[in-house]
Ligand binder design. Structure first.
Ligand code: PEP
Ligand code: MN
Length: 363
C-alpha cells in the first residue's frame, strides 16, 4: 500500500483509539444538575476505564412535555467535569445554535443523534456551522436502517473539511421488535465498517437495549465484531434519571461490565494465518458450489416461468410455496441451522425466482 495513504488512513482511524484499544465513552443520558454531572464524572474517572465523558444537554424527545434537556446552563458543568477528571467531553448537537454553544464551552467531540441523521437539512446545518472548525464528529446511525443516509451524513461533514469522523451504531427503530429498544441489525454496522473502514465505529449498547440486563451481551458482540469502542450511559442513581432510567447503570456497574468483556485480537498472525487460510480455502470452494447450485436452481425456475407463460398460469402458486417453505424449515434443526436463517434464505431465493419469472412472463 502507498505509505502516504496508509498514514492518512491510520491517522483517521487513530484519532479515537490511539493505542488500538477499544475506547469507552460514558456519562449520563442527560445532564441534570451540576452535582449529578460532577459526581458521575468523578466516579467514572475512578473506575480507570473511561476515555471520554458524554452528557446530553439538548434531548431529542419523542413527545413534548418529557424532559428536553437542561440546555446551555449544563455546559459549564461539563466543562468543570472535564477540569476535575482530565477527561475530554462530548455532547449531542442537533442544530447550528447547539454547535456554537458547544464550541464556546470547549466541547472536545460532537455527536449527531439518530433523529438528526435522518434529516439531511439538519445535518447540513450542523456541517455548515462547522466549516473551518477542526473538531471530531461522531455520527449515530439514523433511526431507520438506511445505510445511504448514514454515509450521506458523514459525507456532509467531509465536505466542510472535518477529518476526524466516526460512526455510532445505536440500533434501528422497529415496531415489531420485542427484545431490544432498537433492533441492532448488526449487518448494517458491518456495512458501515466495510464502506468506511478508515473511520472508527463505536457501539451504543444503551440505546440498542433500552434495559440493563442485555447491555453486556451486546457490548461483547460489538467487541467480537471488532468495534473501536463503546458509548454507554451511566448515572449515579440510574432509577432516578430524568431520561432513559431503565438503561442506565452506575459507574461501578459499568466498570464490572467492562471487566467482564473479552477483547480479542483483530489481527491474524503467523501460524494462525496458515490454519485460517486452510479453512478459508474450504469456504471458498463451498461458496463456489453455492453459487453454482443457486444458478442451477434459477435455470429450472426460468424453465418453469416459460411453461407458466405458455399456459397462462400465475407466478405464485401459494400451496407449492408453502410446501417448499415447510420442507426447508423442517430441515433446519437436523442440519444445525436456525429456522430463522433458513427461512430468510429460502425467502430470498424465492424472491429472486419470482423476479426472474416476471422477466420471462413480461418479455
Ligand atoms: C442519546 O445518546 O442520549 C440519544 C438521544 O441517543 P439516540 O440519538 O441514539 O437516540
Ligand atoms: Mn439516552
Amino acid at each position: 500500500m502507498d505509505t502516504t495513504i496508509k498514514t492518512q488512513t491510520e491517522n483517521r482511524m487513530n484519532w479515537l483509539n490511539k493505542d488500538g484499544r477499544p475506547v469507552l465513552i460514558a456519562g449520563p443520558c442527560s445532564v441534570e444538575t451540576e452535582d449529578q454531572m460532577i459526581q458521575t464524572a468523578q466516579r467514572l474517572k475512578a473506575t480507570g476505564k473511561v476515555d471520554m465523558l458524554r452528557g446530553g444537554i439538548w434531548k431529542p424527545r419523542t413527545r413534548p412535555g418529557m424532559f428536553e434537556g437542561i440546555g446551555a446552563k449544563g455546559l459549564p458543568w461539563m466543562q468543570k467535569a472535564r477540569e476535575l477528571t482530565g477527561l475530554p467531553i462530548t455532547v449531542e448537537v442537533a442544530k447550528a445554535s447547539h454547535v456554537q454553544l458547544a464550541l464556546e464551552f470547549g466541547v472536545d467531540v460532537l455527536w449527531v443523534g439518530a433523529r438528526t441523521t435522518v434529516n439531511p437539512f439538519s445535518v447540513q446545518e450542523i456541517a455548515d456551522a462547522l466549516r473551518g472548525v477542526d473538531i471530531p464528529v461522531l455520527v449515530k446511525n439514523p433511526i431507520n436502517p438506511d445505510l445511504a443516509l448514514w454515509l450521506g451524513a458523514i459525507e456532509r461533514f467531509e465536505k466542510v473539511g472535518i477529518t476526524r469522523l466516526g460512526g455510532i451504531h445505536r440500533g434501528f427503530s422497529n415496531a415489531s421488535e420485542k427484545v431490544f429498544r432498537n433492533r441492532p441489525q448488526w449487518q448494517m454496522a458491518i456495512d458501515f465498517k466495510t464502506e468506511l473502514s478508515h473511520y472508527p465505529l463505536i457501539n451504543d449498547p444503551s440505546h440498542i437495549c433500552g434495559r440493563r440486563d442485555l447491555l453486556s451481551s451486546v457490548a461483547q458482540k460489538a467487541m467480537d465484531l471488532n468495534f473501536d469502542g463503546l458509548m454507554i450511559e451511566s448515572h449515579i442513581t440510574p432509577d432516578e434519571a430524568w431520561s432513559d432510567a431503565k438503561q442506565q447503570i452506575t459507574p461501578e456497574v459499568l466498570a464490572d461490565l467492562i471487566n467482564g468483556l473479552v477483547v480479542r485480537e483483530a489481527i491474524v498472525r503467523g501460524e494462525m494465518k496458515t490454519k485460517l487460510d486452510q479453512l478459508r480455502k474450504d469456504i471458498d470452494i463451498i461458496d463456489e458450489e453455492l453459487v453454482h447450485v443457486l444458478a442451477s436452481r434459477m435455470n429450472v425456475a426460468r424453465e418453469i416461468g416459460q411453461y407458466k407463460k405458455e399456459n397462462n398460469l400465475t407466478i405464485l402458486q401459494t400451496d407449492r410455496w408453502k410446501e417448499v417453505l415447510e420442507k426447508f424449515t423442517q430441515k433446519a434443526g437436523t442440519n444445525k441451522l436456525s429456522e430463522d436463517f433458513i427461512t430468510k434464505i429460502i425467502k430470498a431465493v424465492h424472491d429472486e425466482s419470482i423476479s426472474q419469472q416476471e422477466d420471462i412472463l413480461n418479455s
